[in-house]
Design a protein around this ligand. Structure first.
Ligand code: NAD
Length: 330
């Protein structure tokens, strides 16, 4: 049957007519830059900024509004939690950031306190939204957000090692002089000091790294690979040493995650989800999971070498110990 004969397709229900609203809690470096990335993507009809510092949120909304006429017809507003009602996705980018020399885990108690303030308000205002957590330590805070929101597990997603995976592909792309998009190589586990690369599955155009080297006439250089991972793991420390914070890489990752959700892409991404990982239950960390309009869904345990399995378990146990240190009032 032709489309013309059928006439225009009718929306399934009135919900389909709602403008796509993306809310961002925390209009600091990460929040404001993510708002800008989402604006440039054209994915949202409305972007809502909420911050305990109302003036900052208002100022960012004004500035972003002036970018809209040259980019996309997106309405950017600042407001209170009520303004998040009807959001498809709510991004949590609030919280203290790392100072030079600080680890992400060092931020746990202060940011858990901030999340105790934010998450119940978000859950009340936007009960149908997908929550995307970016505040650090992101794995522990993803678990905390799941607990405090009462949402189903698949509707609470931490940005996890999505950024680390991007950094790793960038490093490998630089080494092999190949477009990072041709490289499949994941960082899994904690977004932090116990993260690990899945060397056993790393590939370029479907070929394991050693095979790619042999076929392309180069010598496989193990030391260079180790260096690529070290650069990945230490990237945030190195950036913070120079510019005091990081925002562009994470903003692009969050924009891509929002896109995956809104376009119902079923993309496998290394994001942090609550479940049993590395043999540890009740923990949130990153392995590749399928992301679509309904959230993030477990598909499989990645095939890991013995050494990688042991490292993932170590990472999971570290996150679990930190989860257990948070007083969730129950
Ligand atoms: P920032 O200080 O620039 O911004 C934080 C914002 O949160 C501030 O505007 C502050 O007013 C707001 N805020 C604090 N308490 C609040 C509350 N109770 N309610 C609402 N808003 C509140 O910090 P940043 O550089 O934007 O970093 C934000 C977080 O993102 C940090 O935890 C940082 O470590 C994390 N981060 C994560 C990644 C990642 O890969 N997941 C990357 C970079 C930064």
């Amino acid at each position: 049957m032709s489309a013309a004969k059928d006439g225009p397709r009718k929306p399934a229900n009135r919900q389909d007519l709602r403008p796509v609203r993306i809310s961002i809690i925390g209009a600091g470096n990460v929040g404001a830059t993510t708002a800008y990335a989402v604006l440039l993507s054209g994915l949202a009809a409305e972007i809502v900024l909420v911050d305990v510092n109302n003036e900052k949120a208002e100022g960012e909304a004004m500035d972003l509004s002036h970018a809209a006429p040259n980019t996309h017809q997106t309405r950017i507003i600042s407001g209170d939690y009520d303004a998040c009602a009807g959001s498809s996705v709510v991004l949590i980018t609030a919280g203290a950031n790392q100072k030079p020399g600080q680890t992400r885990m060092d931020l746990l108690q202060i940011n858990a306190g901030i999340f105790k303030d934010i998450i119940p308000k978000v859950a009340k205002a936007a009960p149908e939204a997908i929550l995307v957590v970016a505040g650090n330590p992101v794995d522990v805070l993803t678990y905390v957000s799941w607990k405090l929101s009462g949402f189903e597990k698949h509707r609470v997603i931490g940005s996890g090692t999505m950024l680390d995976t991007a950094r790793f592909r960038y490093e490998l792309g630089q080494h092999y002089q190949v477009d990072p998009r041709n490289i499949h190589a994941d960082i899994i586990g904690e977004h932090g000091d116990t993260e690990l690369p899945v060397w056993s599955q790393a590939s370029i155009v479907g070929m394991r790294l050693q095979d790619y080297c042999r076929q392309s006439g180069q010598k496989y250089n193990h030391e260079a690979m180790v260096k690529c991972f070290q650069e990945t793991k230490n990237a945030a420390y190195e950036i913070i040493k120079r510019k005091k914070m990081t925002d562009k890489g994470i903003a692009a990752a969050l924009m891509r995650l929002v896109e995956t959700i809104l376009r119902d892409e079923n993309t496998l991404l290394t994001v942090s989800t609550v479940g049993t990982h590395g043999g540890v239950s009740g923990v949130s960390l990153s392995v590749p999971v399928k992301v679509n309009r309904t959230g993030a869904h477990y598909v499989l345990d990645p095939e890991l070498s013995g050494e990688e399995k042991a490292e993932l378990e170590k990472s999971a146990k570290n996150i679990k110990a930190n989860i257990d240190s948070v007083d969730l009032g129950k």
